[in-house]
Design a protein around this ligand. Structure first.
Ligand SMILES: [Zn+2]
Length: 388
């Protein structure tokens, strides 16, 4: 039996959480003779649906090994993350197959990795070939939606691909969406230049999410209708956003959260393989990039075109609060409960019977990131210390 003491992220009340056999056994009130605000906050472990790697390891790079995957997963405990979806972006079939094989091997190698990874995210290759919507995905590997190819990848992944981001205008997309949804895969709209009708057809077929809404888009577009408004105004779609302070201005973050509400807004960091790396220039397979001191990753030689984020989910929570004024509770829920609900996974809570995935953190005024004190996954301390 271990006991975690903290200040509930949702109510601010001090509590003692009793953990045994990987589960929360009791949550009882706690008292302090000091100041309640000296206690760290406690919240369910963060759940990020879009993570591309860490520490210089990219899931999409050739030669990925299961041990490298485990190294990245361990790194995310330091950010309060206890569940994440490793994400492979547009690549050739063999590269995707090798990537999914390594991810699967990691999940089957040690139980904690399997618990940390509820599913994989395939972002591409069935996306728009246009500059802008395509983002940093390599054009030569963009291709029409192909259900047979997906089934091969799903088999290699051991059935673990739970989320696919595609463009509704990709040839065969609507039939693909119907079959994927029927097989239990969640479909997200992203890296798209779709028309209103194409978006509606995708949603009618079962698409449920917009991937990093407001990014992966043309620099200039018609005022309306356009694919951002159409997704924003479609009540059946959840939206994921990257509130790292760089990908979206505060006004857009605000507009999306107000429209979708925290119930349908998912906070993701979309961290690249350069997360956790020092600032500087990096030569990667797809080009030369610069990681700027403020955490932005840009195509080397300019500072406008973003090529991913180096910041993790905890930083996005702090900047989300700063940008939009949402409560700590809502910001955390958008990175825990909402993604779990979308992917039909259990919503871990600070209550009896829940899996003991939680983290302790401090949030000083004007902090740019959460100061993570400890992370517990399945009842085990994976980062920091819970000693008081
Ligand atoms: Zn993307």
């Amino acid at each position: 039996m271990s006991i975690v003491y903290g200040r509930r992220y949702d109510t601010g009340e001090l509590c003692a959480i009793h953990i045994e056999h990987g589960l929360i056994q009791h949550v009882v009130p706690a008292w302090t003779t000091g100041r309640a605000t000296d206690w760290p906050f406690v919240a369910p472990g963060l759940f990020d649906i879009q993570i591309n790697g860490h520490s210089g390891i990219w899931y999409s790079h050739a030669g990925l090994t299961s041990n490298q995957v485990l190294q990245t997963l361990t790194a995310y405990f330091a950010h309060g993350v206890t569940r994440l979806c490793p994400t492979l972006i547009t690549a050739g079939h063999d590269a995707l197959a090798a990537g999914f094989a390594a991810l699967r091997e990691a999940c089957e190698q040690v139980p904690w990795a399997g618990h940390m990874v509820p599913g994989f995210h395939l972002e591409g290759p069935f996306i728009s070939p246009e500059d802008g919507p395509r983002g940093a995905h390599p054009l030569e590997h963009v291709r029409p939606a192909d259900w047979d190819e997906f089934c091969q990848l799903q088999e290699i992944a051991g059935g673990r691909i739970k989320l696919v981001t595609l463009a509704p205008e990709s040839p065969n997309a609507v039939a693909f969406i119907r079959r994927a949804v029927a097989s239990g895969v969640v479909i997200s709209i992203g890296h798209t230049a779709a028309t209103r009708d194409q978006i509606q057809a995708a949603v009618d077929a079962g698409a449920a999410l917009s991937t990093h809404l407001g990014n992966g888009a043309h620099g200039m577009m018609r005022r309306h209708p356009n694919y951002i408004w159409e997704q924003l105004g479609e009540p059946r779609l959840y939206a994921s956003i990257i509130p790292d302070g760089h990908h979206l201005p505060a006004s857009v973050v605000n507009a999306i959260v107000k429209t979708k509400t925290p119930y349908r807004t998912i906070l993701t960091c979309d961290a690249s393989g350069l997360a956790g790396c020092q600032s500087g220039f990096y030569e990667l397979g797809s080009g030369r990039f610069e990681l700027l001191p403020d955490g932005r990753i840009v195509i080397a030689g300019q500072q406008q075109l973003l090529a991913g984020s180096s910041l993790a989910t905890d930083t996005c929570i702090a900047s989300m609060i700063k940008m939009s004024g949402v409560s700590l509770r809502d910001a955390i829920d958008m990175a825990t409960r909402t993604p779990a609900r979308l992917l039909d996974q259990p919503q871990f809570r600070l209550q009896r019977g829940s899996r003991a995935d939680l983290f302790l953190f401090r949030l000083p005024p004007d902090a740019t990131r959460l100061d993570v004190v400890a992370t517990i996954a399945c009842g085990e301390v994976r980062y920091g210390s819970i000693a008081v």
